[in-house]
Design a protein. Structure first.
Length: 470
């Protein structure tokens, strides 16, 4: 892919985490976001600059780089206009650990509910899973080779020749014959001919489920497992099972991956990735906006803000994988701010979100583009789903325009939920076809404006019904 910008052509950039070729330019970041999100250029530009500043900071001397705080972003706009999608796609571009969480889930320390540090622990677990999967891919070939040898040992147990009173030549002949048999079994194993054969393997008993608790001081520790402290008590025993080769392969592969992956290294890399590239999308920030009034829920809302402040400013959080510094985690906050406004946040928290962008409501033209132009367009999704049943579906331009018009109209007359309205409208339009699809194999169906109107006419006539169905 090449991107043209003011007469210049930017070459395609490989997305490799931590490597120079992974350093996307702001223009390239926006171009990638344009594939999935329509409009909202101001928000895309802001996140592109914030991401690029991370790469710039890494090139600075450590003593100066540590002083540069991330440019956290506050997105202001109604639901369904692309706030979450922008953040999620941004994280995918750079293989960054990403967590979306609602600010309204937290409560002030001392009250029942999740403490704010739990989001850092959640982010670290996400990063551990990411790094672990990457390490598994690195050792995949070696693990598969080891599993193949173990399966061959089960299919053709080795016989001791030392205890047999045979001539050396006879022993050599038998050894050669066994090698031939082993190679023949290897070919059959790789071709899948032996998948249904039964073998006996040793498997570990299932470990006890993780325990979760919240201590009296509000510290939340998730995933502490008793078997980590006393491994012999839970999950340390093994038992023999007779299973098919295809199941045995999966069990042995999982054991081999655990043996080959160094979890200490995974933990170190995960913590480093969180500290340098972690992204937290803090949604519904407007729900905790409000100043202290002395009584009522306002006290708790301001308490949540004050609890969030040290995490966003930069602190050290204790997790089961080690200490994590939050100084350079990128926080992207969002909220509709219909009732409250950003100035209702405590001043200290306002200062931690220096970049503010307002996302505009989606128009009919935006809905048309969302339905047709994006990589994950709804029209493409429905066509692909029904193609699995042998049904070819085609949408006329007029039909797409009518769907967009209806979505816009319902958003104006009811609650504005942005692009999510397209999902409800499209599902209602395609309901009958999706239901009858197995009986319509090898058929081509054209969706017209009249068909769309027919499917939605009864609902659109009844304003109360429209609010419930669409």
């Amino acid at each position: 892919m090449a991107i043209e910008l003011e007469g210049k052509v930017l070459n395609e950039t490989k997305l490799v985490f931590g490597e120079p070729e992974g350093e996307l330019t702001p223009q390239q970041i926006v171009a990638e976001l344009d594939k999935y999100i329509i409009g909202q250029k101001a928000a895309k530009k802001a996140v592109a600059i914030a991401l690029r500043n991370r790469f710039r900071r890494r090139k600075l001397p450590p003593e100066l780089g540590d002083e540069i705080a991330p440019k956290n972003i506050l997105m202001i706009g109604p639901t369904g206009v692309g706030k979450t999608e922008i953040s999620r796609r941004l994280a995918k571009l750079t293989s960054s650990p990403f967590l979306k969480i609602e600010a309204s889930r937290f409560t002030e320390v001392g009250y029942v509910g999740r403490d704010v540090e739990s989001m850092i622990r959640d982010l670290v677990r996400i990063a551990v899973d990411m790094v672990k999967q990457e390490k598994i891919k690195e050792i995949e070939a070696k693990a598969m080779a080891n599993v193949e040898e173990k399966l061959l040992d089960l299919l053709l147990p080795g016989r001791s020749l030392a205890n047999r009173r045979q001539e050396p030549r006879a022993a050599d002949e038998e050894q050669k014959e066994m090698l031939k048999t082993r190679e023949r079994l290897r070919r059959q194993l790789r071709s899948g001919q032996l998948d249904e054969r039964m073998v006996e393997i040793e498997v570990k008993e299932r470990p006890a489920p993780p325990f979760e608790f919240i201590s009296s001081n509000g510290f939340e520790e998730i995933g502490v497992q008793i078997q980590e402290i006393l491994p012999g008590m839970f999950g340390g025993k093994t038992k023999k099972r007779r299973v098919k080769i295809k199941e045995a392969r999966e069990i042995l592969l999982e054991d081999e991956e655990k043996r080959l992956v160094d979890m200490d290294q995974v933990s170190r890399l995960a913590i480093e990735r969180v500290e340098q590239s972690g992204i937290i999308f803090l949604d519904e920030l407007d729900k905790v906006a409000g100043r202290e009034s002395g009584v009522g829920p306002d006290v708790s809302r301001e308490g949540v803000q004050r609890d969030l402040l040290p995490i966003i400013e930069g602190t050290t959080v204790n997790t089961r994988y080690g200490l994590v510094k939050t100084d350079h985690i990128l926080f992207i906050a969002a909220g509709a701010f219909h009732v409250t406004k950003p100035s209702d946040l405590i001043p200290e928290l306002q200062g931690r979100f220096p970049i503010r962008v307002e996302l505009s409501p989606l128009t009919r033209e935006d809905f048309v583009r969302i339905l047709t132009e994006t990589e994950n367009a709804l029209i493409k999704q429905y066509r692909a789903l029904l193609a699995t049943e042998g049904v070819e579906v085609e949408f006329t331009t007029e039909a797409i325009d009518e769907i967009a018009a209806i979505a816009e109209k319902v958003n104006q007359e009811a609650e504005n939920i942005g692009a999510r309205r397209l999902h409800t409208v499209m599902e209602k339009v395609m309901e009958e076809i999706s239901f009858e699809a197995p009986n319509l194999a090898d058929r081509k169906i054209v969706i017209t404006r009249e068909y769309v109107q027919k499917q939605l006419s009864e609902i659109l006539k009844d304003q109360d019904l429209r609010k419930f169905i669409l």
